[in-house]
Design a protein. Structure first.
Length: 364
């Protein structure tokens, strides 16, 4: 049985939000559009889109926001503009930045800007990491939370020191806030307080929000207007962006309201995992509703265990699995969403116990 069919047969799925069929998603979008008398935008001009841009900008404490069809385009465009404004000095990025890890060197191949890898790839940034760079910097791109570190957050005081350093040295501070909504519960602070001191912020409309795709870029009105022009020049301005905006806007408030509950569910998951010391977690305590789960078996064995437990118990443990740094180890990302929130406590305990028992047994 292919993995996609096996996943569909499972009654308990640990990672992420409940998957919806396209027909169900489109039916919900159509009903919401009918109820709210939604009209299409035309090349970004339209009541729904511009009201949603204003809503996100206000929520994060910025003058303006603009929708972009792709987070990848959003990020490098913002940093490109910041670099141009400061004589094309380099941009500082963490070694685990999405731009390095997942975007195929687009910033370099498309001649957007020069980038420096700054800091320890296994630790969030400290202000000293940035202050130690002897070269002038045009921008600093900081991810909150840091996905490749299991959802870790920069220490709050260190974040304040980074903001102060950038302000004092005229360095554009940009936030990769793809999961900023998730970070608010971990920090115990509002998103506007977290975003204060940043010059621009990108947020995703499909990760925690559950839309079809797309992103928002927030900043000053002039900066956002320039970015919008560059999105259009790169083919990022569609004749109708309505479907992406509707898919996010119709559930935006509910998704944000659910974030504290997802964080509490993450706390519960940590309590369950603590009973099984063979399974490691990163970070040691939850900082957002996501984490990395480390297993003392290699990737192939982990995939076999996932299949075995799915077939025998109807439990799907994880989606993607990665090779660990140490031989004979692996790890997976676990985003705590609707699926874990809805799973009974005993079923979650059973799932983790089955995983712990399987990794402790010798491989066949």
């Amino acid at each position: 049985m292919p993995d996609t069919d096996l996943l569909a047969c499972c009654t308990t799925i640990l990672p992420g939000h409940r998957a919806r069929k396209p027909a169900d998603t489109f039916a919900a979008m159509a009903a919401w559009c009918e109820e709210n008398r939604i009209a299409h935008d035309v090349y970004g001009e339209g009541a729904l889109l511009q009201e949603f841009e204003r809503k996100v900008a206000h929520l994060l404490g910025f003058e303006a926001a603009v929708f972009c069809i792709s987070g990848t385009m959003t990020q490098v465009t913002a940093l490109r503009l910041a670099a141009r404004d400061r004589g094309n000095a380099p941009v500082a990025l963490h070694p685990t930045s999405h731009i390095f890890v997942h975007e195929g060197s687009n910033f370099q191949l498309l001649d957007h800007f020069d980038a420096l890898q700054v800091g320890d790839r296994h630790r969030p940034w400290a202000a000293a990491d940035i202050a130690a760079i002897p070269d002038p910097l045009s921008a600093v791109g900081l991810e909150i939370p840091m996905r490749e570190l299991g959802g870790q957050l920069s220490d709050w005081d260190e974040l304040g020191a980074i903001k102060a350093h950038c302000r004092a040295h005229d360095i554009h501070l940009h936030m990769d806030g793809a999961r900023l909504w998730e970070a608010a519960a971990g920090y115990g602070r509002g998103v506007a307080e977290i975003a204060a001191g940043f010059d621009s912020v990108y947020v995703s409309l499909y990760k925690g929000i559950g839309g079809l795709g797309g992103a928002m870029l927030c900043g000053s009105a002039s900066f956002v207007a320039r970015a919008a022009k560059w999105f259009a020049r790169q083919g990022g301005r569609l004749v109708h962006q309505t479907p992406y905006v509707v898919a996010a806007a119709m559930q935006f408030d509910a998704r944000l309201a659910a974030m504290p509950a997802l964080f509490e569910r993450t706390r519960f998951l940590y309590e369950v995992l603590a009973a099984h010391p063979d399974i490691g977690v990163n970070p040691r305590a939850p900082q957002a509703n996501m984490l990395h789960v480390h297993l003392p078996v290699d990737r192939d064995r982990a995939l076999a265990i996932r299949r075995e437990i799915a077939l025998e118990h109807g439990i799907w443990l994880f989606h993607r699995i990665n090779h660990g740094v140490l031989p004979g180890s692996s790890y997976f990302e676990l985003y705590v969403g609707d699926n874990l929130l809805a799973a009974p406590d005993d079923r979650v305990r059973q799932a983790i116990a089955l995983l712990a028992g399987a990794v402790a047994r010798p491989a066949p």
